[in-house]
Ligand binder design. Structure first.
Ligand code: ADP
Ligand code: MG
Length: 292
């Protein structure tokens, strides 16, 4: 590999908004066999908004949203932001929560008006012995529409479901088509529930889905693919994507993502588009061809 041709390749990629940190990453990009995509903020915009409220008997939508938003006000998670914004848009006043706790890959827990409130996914509810009854079918219906349903429970009883939707980036499907055309397999990796992940995957033509993966297990999924002799590119934006980005043969960070993700990646996609991955691979292959 001549340093000059690598410099030219890195410069060419930069014209496409693809910032490659080193020559090694440029050369590896052309050898990738599988691209792993984080869902939220990578395939989707990463700007979730609340789109459905389903109150359990004895509850109403307003109380459901106020309670969920009050416990989420202590969380930094993008899902929490969507819930708090929805309450504010409706002019609802939040109540002071205490003993706030974020439960990784599951949701949040806090005390509100002397009651223990849980808000998060089915795993969180199951681990706390909350019976979901008919709410589970409602959540399933929303997940099939690619929304993320979250359950609210107060003192161990289910109070309702709040769903958020995150629009798919306009060019995700086209970029994935390009990756297929140049011979790559495309896998999705997400902490979100299986039905939601599969609904998104189906809309953009993803081959395989790893869903309900806990934050600490994402890099092990990349390693699992590597053990199957795949050369793996990982694309992500979140704090919990950082170990998987570092583990991958080439880590691609979304340019608008967290600093931690950008620092863990070999490549930064300044335009936030998955087309940047196909661009990097094409430039890498052209560069390496010229070197030989
Ligand atoms: P990812 O970044 O891959 O989407 P996370 O591990 O951050 O995954 O979250 C996985 C799931 O855990 C979410 O889809 C949601 O159901 C639940 N969850 C995590 N944090 C929260 C939160 N603050 N409020 C409600 N649910 C949450
Ligand atoms: Mg993400």
């Amino acid at each position: 590999a001549t340093p000059i041709s690598i410099m030219v390749g890195v410069g060419k990629a930069a014209e496409y908004g693809v910032l490659i940190r080193n020559g090694e990453a440029l050369q590896q990009a052309g050898r990738l066999t599988t691209v792993v995509l984080d869902k939220t903020g990578t395939v989707t915009e990463g700007r979730p908004t609340a789109t459905a409220l389903v109150a359990a008997p004895g509850w109403d939508e307003r109380r459901l949203l106020v309670t969920a938003a009050s416990v989420e006000s202590g969380s930094e998670h993008p899902l929490a932001q969507a819930i708090v914004d929805a309450a504010k848009e409706r002019g609802l006043a939040l109540e002071p929560a205490s003993a706030f706790e974020a439960i990784a890959g599951r949701g949040v827990r806090a005390t509100l008006n002397g009651k223990v409130v849980l808000f998060g996914n089915r795993r969180l509810m199951e681990e706390h012995g909350v019976t979901l009854g008919g709410l589970e079918a409602e959540a399933g219906r929303l997940a099939a529409l690619a929304a993320t349903p979250m359950y609210l429970a107060v003192d161990g009883r289910a109070a309702g479901v709040v769903a958020v939707s995150d629009p798919i980036k306009a060019d995700s499907a086209a970029a994935i088509k390009r990756l297929h055309a140049i011979g790559l397999r495309v896998v999705m990796l997400t902490g979100d529930n299986r039905a939601t992940a599969q609904a998104v995957a189906a809309q953009v033509g993803i081959d395989e889905v790893f869903a309900e993966v806990l934050p600490g297990d994402k890099s092990a999924k990349v390693a699992e693919l590597q053990a199957r002799n795949e050369i793996v590119g990982m694309v992500g934006d979140g704090i919990n994507d950082a170990p998987a980005l570092a583990r991958a043969d080439v880590g691609f960070a979304i340019g608008t993502g967290t600093d931690v993700a950008i620092e863990s990646g070999d490549v930064t996609l300044m335009r936030g588009s998955l087309h940047g991955v196909a661009d990097a691979i094409a430039i890498s292959r052209a560069t390496v061809r010229n070197i030989k």
